[in-house]
Design a protein around this ligand. Sequence first.
Ligand SMILES: Cc1cc2nc3c(=O)[nH]c(=O)nc-3n(C[C@H](O)[C@H](O)[C@H](O)COP(=O)(O)O)c2cc1C
Length: 364
Amino acid sequence: MGNTIGKMFSVTSFGSSHGKAVGAVIDGCPANLELSPEDIQKELDKRKPGTSGVTTPRKEEDKVQILSGIFEGKTDGTPITGIVYNNNQHSKDYSMFKNTPRPSHGDYGWMSKYGNYDYNGGGRGSGRITIGHVIAGAIAKKLLKTKNIEIVSQVVQIGDIMAHSNDFDTVKENVEKNSVRCGDLEAAKAMEELILAKKQEGDSIGGIVETVAVGVPAGLGEPVFERLDGDLARILMNINAVKGVEIGFGFDVATSSASEINDEYYIEDNEIYTSTNSSGGIIGGISNGMPIISRIAVKPTPSISKCQKTVNLEKMEAKEISIQGRHDPCICPRATIVAQSSVAIVLADHMIRSGYIHPSNLEI
Ligand SMILES: Cc1cc2nc3c(=O)[nH]c(=O)nc-3n(C[C@H](O)[C@H](O)[C@H](O)COP(=O)(O)O)c2cc1C
């Protein structure tokens, strides 16, 4: 239960960190979308571990195989299964978590609820399960591109260091040029230094990832319970380690007056526009044609080597742990592609639901 999202473009995630494989089954992608494993691989490469000092040293190739849903290089309207086999498991690093839950990781909750919990690598609570999001997101993004919708995500804050670049094309170019995946190259350097300093201390650090989607038509979203902002918040909040979601001005609305942030209308060439975008492209739960802007607050990686207090559940006694093994000193850089994929999944679903994309055949 709880592993499927989306109504017409639906994604079912499967697998665990140290099991055989992870991946996703994507149902509802219309036929005739050109799709190759390379389309998905280039997205997965942005998420894969071991690529720089700011990510976990776990070395995984994360090579995707497509098991179904493609015929002669195009989708055929049947479920698409993307799978990545796990190769670099170090299960010995995790045996102690069987009885000793890591502070602020999922171990204790999973153990208490299910009893039978694959604690190796955090099992299904591992960041590795977001490979399924990225596989589905790569397909969603290709589908959206046929309607000229593009999405970019960047790290906009690590600790108290903030990025100051929000031009879509600049951000798109710059995120590929630094390991933090920040659109502001100067801020990226300071962010990288801060992450490496935290890693050196045996600690980790949190941050904020922003996602902007451009070219989204007006009219996506179905109030009351399937508002576009509601669906975005749901998928983004379901990403591990996310503790907050904002759309547009987000929590800053609390300190604003309406006269400062209302998006005023104007007419140009007989079309209606707003002069600002405090609403992040969604008003009344429905897209208004402006860029869709969302942000997620990502907590510091819970597994750290600094000494922390926990308990031994078997002996029912206090214990101290220093977590070894391979962990991201900051989750944000790799979460950028997960956030982007999640936004793409919701937009693809709503584009089909609103009739902008034919549900069974892209050529109609
Ligand atoms: C891309 C990604 C990578 C992650 N890497 C790690 C990691 O290396 N070590 C760790 O302890 N948690 C990592 N996490 C976070 C845990 O999966 C998450 O904090 C844990 O399941 C507890 O869930 P919660 O933080 O949502 O409450 C990662 C999460 C994501 C999305």
